[in-house]
Ligand binder design. Sequence first.
Ligand code: PLP
Length: 422
Amino acid sequence: AEAESRFIAANPGSAERHKAASQAMPGGNTRTVLHFDPFPLAWRRGEGAVLEDIDGHRYIDFLGEYSAGLYGHSNPVILEAVRDALADGIVLGGPNAYEAGLASVLQERFPSLELLRFCNSGTEANMFAIQTARAATRRSKVMVFEGGYHGGVFYFRQGGMPLNLPIDWVIAPYNDIEGSLDLIKKHGKDLAAVLVEPMLGSGCLPADPAFLLALRESCTAHGIVLIFDEVMTSRLSTGGLQAALRITPDMTTLGKYIGGGMSFGAFGGRRDLMQRFDPARADAWPHAGTFNNNVLTMSAGLTGLTKIYTGEAVARLNAKGDRLRNGINDLARRHEAPLLATGHGSFVGLHFSDRPVTRPQDIDPAGEPKRKALHKLIHLDFIAAGIYMARRGYMALMLPLSDADIEKFLAATDEFMQSRQQ
Ligand code: PLP
């Protein structure tokens, strides 16, 4: 209550904006994930790893736009690419040079992308990948995983989600080889696709490589299209987690930072599946989308991958994530505090747990109210200390974060644990 009162008193501008915006938008918000109570901070501008809110406070940004903000705010190299493209027009109504460039870089980097196409978001990429698999196999069911998120209409939590697309879903347990293979065996003949995140974004829970390998083998045996949703994990090596793990899916979906920070999605995979999108074919499948090749996204995306996110930059960013995760876990051990950092490379997830969390099933539903209260407390405490992350403790580190920023986070964590023990 004290942390909340302090937050309300410090942020009159954000409070006012929230109230005014709620007149036109339910909850004053157009992205559910950005909401937190009592009201979310509203931003004025961002530069590098620093965000400034409309009340004039400055924060180190550890949320990183849910991973789309990899390049940092107002990255000058990205801005220049956008300005260059803008000078020649926005959507030109025909193919442009940038899209071919971006497609060929992605094809070169991601082992599964024999052919690919662009769309406007990760959600859309998953819709097209799923429908491609269903059309190719002439099967109807799609396997996904408990706790998985593939977009606003693909949200798999216990109890079901009323807005999910009406596909015949088979929901399997994440990181559970036996449980998943049993379900594949049971539904095998009807399964068009298995759609899996190589790291569960919700909770930042990495897949066990043996689990992904088992899915790979079972999908091959049953003629099922294995789709890796690398919308988040594509940043973990230059060729995504698939290249790092050497497990090649049949199809891959991409999004987030690959558009340089603007709306972006891509789906692609095996040539025999993707070539049906060639409009010159008599039996072509249609794939439309007014903004699929919008010049600004394509230009920023191409520049970002080729001039900024090189192999060396990937390694440096992942090392920062390792330092942060290990630092938090060391502090938790030292304080004997039930705080746990999970994740992989530049992704870090915080859990209030005194046991390892490797699967959504490891999170005890009975402890939910207490966990929620602790997440709220650490979130508001860190805001007061000038550090911004997601309420649920999700972080996607961005390139301009400095070593000093990481140390500042660890110092705040140390202080949080000390204050909890008093
Ligand atoms: N898939 C994963 C793994 C995601 O994390 C997200 C977004 O957070 C999506 C798909 C949806 O992408 P978008 O928000 O661009 O529609």
